[in-house]
Write a protein that binds this ligand. Sequence first.
Ligand code: DER
Length: 224
Amino acid sequence: SELASEKLLAAQAAVKQLADGMIVGLGSGSTSALAIREIGAAVEQGLDIIGIPTSVASEELARELGIPLTTLDEYPVLDTTIDGADRFNDQLELIKGGGGALLREKIVAAASKRFVVIADSTKHANPLGGFPIPVEVIPFGVQTVLHRLEELKLNPVVRQTDAGAPYITDENNLIVDLRVDTVADPKQLAEQLVIPGVVEHGLFIGLADEVLMGVGGDVQRFVK
Ligand code: DER
């Protein structure tokens, strides 16, 4: 489909930037999966990188493809991270977490010297919005957090699996999705989300260095 090719073009453009010796953060989601497949092919051709996955799903895919893997314990600072986004604006502010991996994704993105986002053209949104904002919450306090989020009129819903059970993240927390329309002031909303029991949220502000967006048969580059 058009979108699949846009995702692939963006993924290929990001992987082209990789060089021998790099420690590379491996993102999560369908666009990142394409990038991981491209990296697997490049490693087979001799590219000498080590990956740090941002989810169990990405770790399993990378392992299957024979990409050498390591951890933040071994490499607390990475050279570059390639990851997707649910939405991005012209200020390179992101909404992430549609796939439930936002906590490890943000830790790895923030630990990277360079953070490259790959996306198809449906993700571009000015103002930022059009996608619920995921928030990772410790189960112990979730009802208290929900109460606070409701007071803030952020329309929170605990994410469920298809089976109707609460979705549990790789770090054994819950995800609460904030059904807000547009995010006029991402920084202000991020400040409102500093609530005891909230571990992290899907607003990535000041982290992305570049967005590579597939559009039609091209790749459009957004930089700060
Ligand atoms: O959950 C995530 O943060 C993913 O990276 C998401 O933002 C993008 O997933 P997609 O590439 O499958 O659209």
